[in-house]
Design a protein around this ligand. Structure first.
Ligand SMILES: Cc1ncc(COP(=O)(O)O)c(C=O)c1O
Length: 379
């Protein structure tokens, strides 16, 4: 069995071979500019439009509501700054949560420096926002609510349908960073009631360097970039055809194999947890409510263990990530675990293990064995 076993699929996923195969002709032969009117340009334009349909089908929107970007960070920036700038005459208040990715948090901090007011909502012990807190935070000058769909570190799924209903009732634009949920759980823009939604290619088996932003038709938004007329002038710049084709195929595969992918990730995540609990008993503490969590994600603390030491110790055999960072002997706890009010020891002992669609039972059994042995040595 090939080692290390990769169990960090929330950080990034390998490119699916079907996706790679679809991209190859665009790397090797089809180099035309989609804006050119001759055939090698036109065929690339058609490839981009096919990909737009494939992405739209996965999240149940119209193809013309999809804009290709370079990554989730760009999509979040475009959504949040674009809505803020387009609506600043109406108000300057934005609602977000304490457990967003820096690609949202830092954008909000930047806007605060530009005179916007940000309300950072707390979460419960499992990392969930309470919709009642949203309702209470809404003001006359609120122009945007931005709450992620599922958290990257702990996997907790947010009550977006309820938040969407509050946003609609109050006529407030609603954005979600769905980088971690698209392809793992159902992500239907109408059911969720969102106006903007961020997609990250490399979290769903497309390559790094490609993302998309869903913008509901009729939403008033400013550009981040100005240039020619690609993406209807909303996101100008010659299209990254190779990666767009890859993202389109990845979305097609995610929709086609949805049930099977979800089940594989969940069954194996649960096998991992059961294996750990059966050998380590109550040394294992699950940080979230697994009923309301991404099917592939396990945020778990091992009593009396330094997560950082554990992840480094096993890194030739199993790859996982931690909820803390260690610099010059000092441990810093992630803002997500802080917001969940995990005590310092539990947070410093927390690892994130995330299965993928290609993870196998054999890999999980190796991971359990490696983790249990390492924990026994390090305790
Ligand atoms: C929830 C979430 N949002 C945004 C990002 C940023 O993605 P990228 O670095 O591809 O822009 C990530 C990546 O880890 C993420 O997990």
């Amino acid at each position: 069995m090939k080692r290390p076993v990769y169990l960090d699929n929330n950080a990034t996923t390998p490119v699916d071979p079907e996706v790679a195969e679809e991209m190859i002709p665009y790397i090797e032969s089809f180099y035309g500019n989609p804006s050119s009117s001759y055939s090698i340009g036109r065929s690339n334009k058609e490839a981009v439009e096919k990909a737009r349909i494939q992405v739209a089908e996965l999240i149940n929107c119209q193809p013309e509501e999809i804009y290709f970007t370079s990554c989730a960070t760009e999509s979040n920036n475009h959504a949040i700054k674009g809505i803020a700038w387009a609506n600043s005459h109406k108000g300057r208040h934005i609602i977000t949560s304490e457990i967003e990715h820096p690609a949202v948090t830092e954008v909000c901090k930047y806007l605060r420096s530009q005179g916007f007011e940000i309300t950072w909502l707390p979460v419960d012990q499992y990392g969930r926002v309470n919709p009642k807190d949203i309702e209470n935070a809404v003001r006359k000058d609120t122009i945007l609510i931005t709450i992620m769909h599922a958290n990257n570190e702990v996997g907790t799924i947010q009550p977006l349908e309820e938040i969407g209903a509050i946003a609609r009732k109050n006529k407030i634009t609603f954005h979600t960073d769905a980088s971690q949920s698209v392809g793992k759980i159902e992500t239907d823009v109408d059911k969720l009631g969102v106006d903007l939604l961020t997609i990250a290619g490399h979290k769903l088996y497309a390559p790094k360097g490609i993302g998309a932003l869903y913008i509901r038709k009729g939403t008033k938004i400013e550009n981040l970039m100005h240039g020619a007329n690609q993406e209807k002038g909303i996101r100008p710049g010659t299209e990254n055809v190779i990666h767009i084709v890859g993202l389109g195929k990845a979305c097609e595969v995610a929709l086609r194999d949805f049930k099977q992918i979800r089940q594989n990730m969940q069954v194996l995540r649960n096998r991992l947890l059961n294996g750990l609990v059966s050998q380590l008993g109550n040394q294992v503490h699950v940080n979230v409510d697994l009923e309301n969590c991404l099917p592939n994600t396990l945020s778990v603390a091992f009593e009396n263990i330094s997560a950082y030491a554990l992840a480094s110790f096993i890194s030739n055999d199993v790859l996982i990530s931690t909820g803390s960072a260690c610099h010059s002997g000092e441990t810093t706890i992630s803002s997500v675990l802080q917001a969940m009010k995990l005590d310092f020891r539990a947070a410093a002992a927390t690892v994130r293990i995330s299965t993928g669609k290609k993870t196998t039972e054999e890999e999980i059994d190796i991971a359990v064995e490696v983790l249990v042995n390492a924990i026994k040595k390090l305790t």
